[in-house]
Design a protein around this ligand. Sequence first.
Ligand code: ZN
Length: 288
Amino acid sequence: MESSENKKCYVCGSCEIENTGYSLRDDESIKVLRCKRCSLVFLSSFEHINKDFYKDGKMHSGNFDHKKWLEASYNDDRRRLMMLKKTIKGKKILDFGCGAGGFLMMAEDYASRVAGIEKQESMRTFFSENNIEVFDNSDEIQDKFDVITMFHVLEHLPDPKSVIKELLEKLENDGCLIIEVPNEDDALLSLYGCKKFADFTHWSCHLYSFNKKTLKRLLENTGAKINYIKPVQRYGIANHLYWLIRGEKGGHNVWKKLDNPILNFFYKNFLKLISKTDTLVVSISKKA
Ligand SMILES: [Zn+2]
């Protein structure tokens, strides 16, 4: 539909938009566009994401199981805990888009209070059975938090700036908002140009795909102070070689011998050095 097409860049306002030529893994009717001025990557339409999309668990397309969700996020939950355990020690934390609550359950050992925001209704019983305090949306929250986290959520939001502004309101004056997103400058895209990976990683739920430059610009537009933008590499060399040779995901599970800690140490640090990691983590605060 012509009327619902996005014709203007959300970050810089430019109308000079090009088609990346990438496909979405789950919807052929939507194009993956790029702003020629600032390089923001975004979908040609957001019409498919209505207000009940996440509430009804449509992201999981009917195959929802909270145990599997927890298992699937275990390594990421653990990595995030290791990365943030000093930051959250003795603090009140809120995880926006907390999913199955894996990070929150781990964070309970460090933080003084943990709470989440999750729209998916089918998680309610699980949260109450496990005594995890979870809200439907930020309007329900009266308190302020020291640390608010958002792991792989920002790229799903049609208007990320307004959500960031809302969350900054829920932050203590000396608090920080930690945001993790996939990086559009992932080596598989920007170094190797792996088309198979490009057509897999872009999907209808990721309305935007940020790189360091576009993320920085978006955050500056919210009026927040940027504390740091950190490159993080989740996947190792086995995963990358498998994509390049076989054109498929999951190489770290198949070519386990190649997923060697020493190789990965050097490979991941090299990707950090050249700013082509698969993930970016930023910390922002309110301006004094
Ligand atoms: Zn732009």
